[in-house]
Design a protein around this ligand. Structure first.
Ligand code: ADP
Ligand code: ADP
Length: 224
């Protein structure tokens, strides 16, 4: 699914959080939105998810204008910095949650959950509760839960931001491999340049609600 963001603007009071932002994400690509805190990255992500009303502009997903489409009809997977796993549900139950409300059969849910546990390499931990997992493991579960319903777009808002440096590095490489496997069109928000370079096919640099640069990691930065 391709995504077109066309001249999207958003103000909070007098503050211009997004100023005529346009970008394109090609089908199956992983794009990093890189920029300092306050540059508008989360607002743009939320706009694409349908969580912000826009002052101007439009968002086209796979040829369809979704600007005014209800969020529940957008089929978007979302992963936040602070894992929003249900703490009274096991890993399996967390992953199954979206499938169950979509009325998949028990057999389908079971198969899909086992598939996803394998994908996130947590086969042995399906019956644990979130509190019994490390931070990195929880984020993998959050990702599996987002992927379970086969979203047309995956949005990741600083998904590794709360983890320590070592785990963060491991998860970057892991996400890169996972994306090569799954190939869902994804946007990854980060303020960490190295992280953007490592995970993304393309980087969009934001500052003050505007796009400053767009390119592949190699086009934007000279790698030593
Ligand atoms: P980033 O994700 O790049 O850190 P954000 O998109 O979260 O930036 O925020 C951009 C700016 O908009 C920030 O200054 C933030 O305080 C402001 N902002 C975001 N959401 C709201 C809101 N609901 N009301 C008022 N200001 C907001
Ligand atoms: P992030 O860490 O993703 O940049 P923030 O901590 O800036 O997120 O914002 C978290 C939530 O608070 C978001 O829903 C955002 O829209 C809202 N928000 C951010 N800044 C403001 C603000 N100045 N006034 C009101 N809401 C805000």
């Amino acid at each position: 699914m391709s995504i077109f963001v066309k001249k999207v603007s958003k103000k909070f009071g007098n503050f211009q959080a997004l100023d005529e932002v346009s970008l394109e994400i090609k089908d199956g690509k992983l794009l990093a939105l890189l920029g300092p805190s306050g540059s508008g990255k989360s607002t743009l992500l939320r706009a694409i998810a349908g969580l912000e009303t826009l002052d101007a502009g439009s968002i086209i997903i796979n040829g369809r204008d979704t600007t005014h489409l209800d969020i529940r009809k957008r089929n978007i997977g979302f992963v936040f910095q602070h894992y929003a796993l249900f703490k009274h549900l096991t890993v399996r139950q967390n992953i199954a949650f979206g499938l169950e409300i979509r009325k998949y059969s028990r057999q389908q849910v079971k198969r899909k959950v086992e598939e996803l546990l394998e994908l996130i390499q947590l086969q042995g931990l399906g019956d644990r509760y979130p509190a019994q997992l490390s931070g990195g493991q929880r984020q993998r579960v959050a990702l599996a839960r987002a992927l379970a319903v086969q979203p047309q777009v995956l949005l990741l808002d600083e998904p590794f931001g709360a983890l320590d440096a070592k785990v963060r590095k491991e998860l970057r490489a892991w996400l890169r491999r996972l994306h090569e496997d799954v190939r869902v069109t994804s946007i990854f928000v980060t303020h960490d340049r190295e992280e953007a370079m490592e995970v993304a096919d393309e980087i969009v640099v934001m500052n003050h609600g505007r796009i400053e640069q767009v390119g592949t990691p190699a086009e934007i930065y000279d790698r030593p």
